[in-house]
Design a protein around this ligand. Sequence first.
Ligand code: V47
Length: 381
Amino acid sequence: MLRTTTSLLKPIRDKVEAGARLTLEDGLLLSGPDAPLAEVGELANLVRERLHGNAAYYNINTHLNPTNICVYRCTFCAFRADLRESRGYLMSDEQILARGQEALDAGSTEMHIVGGLHHQQPYAWYVNLIGQLHEAYPSLHLKAWTPVEIDWFARMAKKSIRAVLEEMIDAGLGSMPGGGAEIFHPEIRNQICEHKADAGRWLETHRTAHQLGLRTNATMLYGHLEQAYHRVDHLLRLRELQDETGGLQTFVPLAFHPENTGLAHITKASGLTDLRTMALSRLLLDNIPHLKAYWVMLGLGTAQVALAYGADDLDGTVRHELIYHDAGAETPEMLSVGEIRRLIEEAGREPIERDTLYRRVEREGAQWRAMEEVGSMNDER
Ligand code: V47
């Protein structure tokens, strides 16, 4: 007898409706062609609306990548440069502080700070970077450093991860972004970023951050060498950490952009893969509250649709994004508040400005109008 695909997904549907946990096998089934995308999306939307109703979050944020010079050569990265390469840069203290002022002037509540691991900059430079920004702009939330950087600092300064995080928190670190996770499984990780912090070190850093009271995010880089098994494995490792600490607040699936990278021969994941990965993430990560459709990497249209495939957050207005744009992203350099709200409304959701910790941000009328008008900008590093 022919089984319809709907009956194939029936056991998963029953679990989702009952709020029960999905397994690795469920994850593999949801990843494959036997699971119709529309049905997977509908299940993810059910969970999304159970958690967040019609709300869709965004924030006003600015990126700071203080250097692109990096000791590592991850094959997927178009952003990094060698020490003496002409496109390499290192920002001065004045430039870093000016970026903080620009962020405040644009109404940003958050600065997202990540960068290369510079061959010559000492640990103190990275601590001071956080310290000087926090001192000058105490209201700006500093979401900074991935475990790859924390691991580098710890080895450079001969300190424990905990000691580094404590010093960064003392200097003004507010939370950690989700980068550096890539794909945890060593079969893939060893091919795309062999030398940097491994899965154990990544998870240990976030665990320690959570123990110290920080909230953190997590990402997964997909659409390169990995298979469905590696993606599901990645998500389940994060779910296990979250069961233990509860400190992850947002998951961000990141589609690989091949241009200008060592994997330029790979075709970028399709919009359908993006949506399936989004929905799969929502369904497997039953203990992480938020799921981000990062518009910079998805493109505006797919990010809008993703709000019906499990996502409840579009990230931010974003200024000075370099990592994706160096890898060929065709999305704008930034969005105004008016534009991001319109994208959300067009998708039938209610836009809510949040801060980094998902507290609602209330703005007065005059401040609103100023924010809505923040427009185009020069592409300076
Ligand atoms: O870790 C690097 C990825 C990440 C490429 O926490 C690439 O809110 C695609 O982590 N194609 C950094 N991806 C960005 C990141 C992030 C972004 C938005 C929000 C948050 C958050 C975190 O970008 C890296 C790596 O996985 N990446 N190069 C590329 N060519």
